[in-house]
Design a protein around this ligand. Sequence first.
Ligand SMILES: Cc1cc2nc3c(=O)[nH]c(=O)nc-3n(C[C@H](O)[C@H](O)[C@H](O)COP(=O)(O)OP(=O)(O)OC[C@H]3O[C@@H](n4cnc5c(N)ncnc54)[C@H](O)[C@@H]3O)c2cc1C
Length: 464
Amino acid sequence: MNHSSIVIIGGGPAGMSAAIAAAKQGLSCTIVDEGFALGGQIYRKPTNPERAPIPHPRGEQLRTEIAKLTQYIEIRNGHSAWGIFDGLRVAVTSPDEHTELLQSQALILAPGAHELVPPFPGWTLPGVMTPGAAQSLIKTMGVAPGKRVMLAGTGPFLLAVACQLIDAGVHVVSVLEASSRPAWLRLPLHGFRTPEILVEGFLYLNKLHQSGVPVRYGRIVVSAQGESELNAVQHAPVNAEWFPDNNCIETERVDTLLVGYGFVPRNQLAQMAECKLEFCPEVGGWIPIRDRNLSTSVAGIFAAGDGAGVTGSLAAAHEGKLAGISAAFFLGAVDEATFTAARDSIEQKLSRLMPLRRALDKISTLQPGLMSLVRDDTLVCRCEEVTWGEAREAVCAGSTTYRSLKITSRAGMGACQGRFCWPFLSRLVAAEEKCSVTDIGPPSVRPPLGPITLGSLAPESLKN
Ligand SMILES: Cc1cc2nc3c(=O)[nH]c(=O)nc-3n(C[C@H](O)[C@H](O)[C@H](O)COP(=O)(O)OP(=O)(O)OC[C@H]3O[C@@H](n4cnc5c(N)ncnc54)[C@H](O)[C@@H]3O)c2cc1C
């Protein structure tokens, strides 16, 4: 068994900042990350540097700081954390299928978030993907996702990806933003403390304007069309609750549609460690309850970054730093005065970011009209190919929790274990049952978090 003072799951801005903060207090840390290099989603390193864009300078800066602290920080790239046992023991599997239990005195969970794509007619056609998937193709390999691309959903991430596509020479047909234009025009009122973020947004809009890409507010995609692959998209204007006006549908020919309605925190490890969760729709759904020190309800387990509530990369880095110094304080490596001074300073930086963040969250909060797109023959669980008609029948027969619906309809039983379908499916179930998503609950979790091979669990003596 491997021993480190602190195990950190996730090597994005939150995880890297946590490791730096704790290592500076002389503590040994192990960062576990599934990716082939540290960076997480935003600071992802290219696999094909000749064709991919230049990596983000903030990511490079964090990687350089980590490299200076190798005496304290061990990096496990390509390792998946799939189970938390007996408090602080983390099961991880390496790319060569070697499984190990990492034992530590404190654990920092920084696993980030994944994208939310609501089901709608045609959403499983080849050619429909998430903005993050397209970004990953460009960033890591320098590969374009398609030739005529439309982006749809909500949030500034759509604008960022549209600009990256333009830089990669892709023809972006349009960007459809579900929320209204007046809501976005009011945003600067909340951003006077963070002008640099507002400027970033204006630069995106300016680039789209210069490139002749229309940003159409108050519109959503109602269906993706094609026989064996996407060839057209139907979209319509929506009201304040995002119910489409089906009398004003427009059809546009595209070969790629990127749909993203924000992010969902990866809360499964926190849940597995028995940390208490709360439902917080404005930051993506179920998140671990934390105190001021970012400690979860389980002593010794801290949570930072998008995995504990989607707040963006800058906040994730500050939270990571706070989690790192809090873990050091918890382990007695920092005195109280130093700790409280560091915490106050980080809290101030975080509070500067929050007004704009909260305003963005409000604009992009999912509205009920999205659910009206789902028909009985729409797939709601891709892994097990369950339609809403099948799931709804099970709901009407009394299967209203994740567990019971999984057993009766197989929805959520596949490889993703409800991670991708449940955030939206739980909303559909709540609407059908006329109750709140909080009553429905998050999906239950158990190890392994994702698929692992039997071979990776075999003792070394049985291998080869
Ligand atoms: C697909 C995607 C693209 C994004 N692109 C942008 C962008 O262009 N601009 C922008 O401003 N923001 C972007 N964001 C948001 C931004 O990346 C986040 O706000 C920020 O990265 C959060 O930092 P984090 O450290 O909390 O999580 P992340 O950066 O997501 O890092 C989490 C890390 O944890 C690892 N991980 C998760 N679970 C496990 C596990 N079980 N075992 C091992 N490792 C694990 C992941 O591999 C990942 O590297 C994007 C988010 C996503 C999901």
